[in-house]
Design a protein around this ligand. Sequence first.
Ligand SMILES: [Zn+2]
Length: 174
Amino acid sequence: MQSGKQNLHPATPSFDVDGTLGRLAKWLRILGFDAAYPCKGPSKGRFFVTRRAVPDQLGAVTVSDGNVFRQLKEVLEELGIQADPGQLMSRCLHCNVPVVAATSAAVAGKVPERVLKTAAEFHRCPRCGKVFWEGSHIERICKRLEDAGIPCSGPRTDVGPASATSNIVVSALR
Ligand SMILES: [Zn+2]
């Protein structure tokens, strides 16, 4: 049996989120983490995030605060990790799967005409088909994170195609 949560989950952690923590699951997805929800307990190789007291269980992260941003901070601090701004909004908030790049031709008719003409790039959820595009929401997301003490470098305009998912925004964030 290994000890230490960092050893158990070396790279990017994945989460199983307790059914009472829906907003936290959504914000973990906004940060680009794989966050399954709702979950009743931990599954192998994933962290179980819960508000219940879990007696010294490896792989469980217990949050105590009622505020979603402070919960988010609790999780990141517990695991000693930081949000990666390059992963922001790289996942469908509804399906928890990574979004993929889509051409403007492919999303025509699925986004408002104004957006089709002005947005530089589009992404699509391969499961539900929801379309995401660049916009000002991302700045508001970063502001909310930074106000909560969670570092966020904000939208980047100088990244290459490999990081192209960093500047997208979800059409139905709220
Ligand atoms: Zn989806």
